[in-house]
Design a protein around this ligand. Sequence first.
Ligand code: ATP
Length: 321
Amino acid sequence: MKRIAVLTSGGDAPGMNAAIRAVVRGAIYHKMEVFGIERGYEGLINGNIDKMEVCSVSDIMQRGGTCLKTARSKRFMTPEGFGKAVETLERYEIEGLVVIGGDGSYRGGLELAKAGKTVIGLPGTIDNDLVYTDFTIGFDTAVNTVLSAIGNIRDTSSSHERGTVIEVMGRRCGDIALYAGLTGGAESILIPEEPVDMDAICETLIQGKNRGKMHSVILRAEGVEISSEELAETITQRTGIDTKIVVLAYIQRGGSPTARDRMLASRMGYRAVELLLQEGMTSKAVGIKGDEIVSYDLEEALNMKKTHDKSLMNLAKILSI
Ligand code: ATP
């Protein structure tokens, strides 16, 4: 392959810039021409595409967000918009497209693959909700951001001897709540993969209160059946602990990527280039299993079913007694 392109799509994630940098510099190193498409599939439809050079990606690795900007594109899901997107790829003679994004962006990539294009997916999303890979780019940074927020909230909630429900992102996948809750010593963690046991939550909080605990942190992923308001009210009523709510929202998306995310993005970005260099390469999704960078057929990766591993949740429960 001689001409490839890269875009970021869907929600932004820290580390997307490091991935773009690895794709651009990896491609140039291997004597390919590389184009950057702005604003995801919307930019592909509008022809917002420019050639990238080594210096186009200077000084971006440490920044959150994405230098190519991102978008959600309804037009891409219409036959007319999709046709225009394909036209842009053909006009610029793009032979391989690297899509950095989440599940939705991959589904868009799969449509392009079905239309005969070669697409390589890189998992750029803080949610860690792509089943085929152990970790996604941005997840580690988001967990560390939540961890830092837990620390700050603990200071004030200890002083006031109150509880705090901290709401974090995760509609279908509770990994941000689970990893930040476990490493931040939360008293309770609520994730969409497990039913809410209100009795157990209140029991843990009362036990802590009786032992003289000054604060309690309850981490709730946004996709959990009970709302943060209902949760806080029920806890206050049943335990007597005054419980407030903090919604972290978009704070979790920003910030300088951790070394771990930069490493993951750099390795995955370069693997995308390596795959595109292979003769007759078909569309793939790049991931990590253990410490190994792996790739699967794009459609196969999207169809993998999630199995919930209860071991981390059990560990968190044991350690929060
Ligand atoms: P995040 O996980 O951060 O939400 P995402 O990639 O899942 O990121 P989406 O908004 O779901 O974000 O998808 C991004 C874009 O991908 C959509 O705006 C749309 O243009 C395209 N897309 C999503 N689903 C499909 C689909 N089934 N077919 C074609 N295109 C799709």
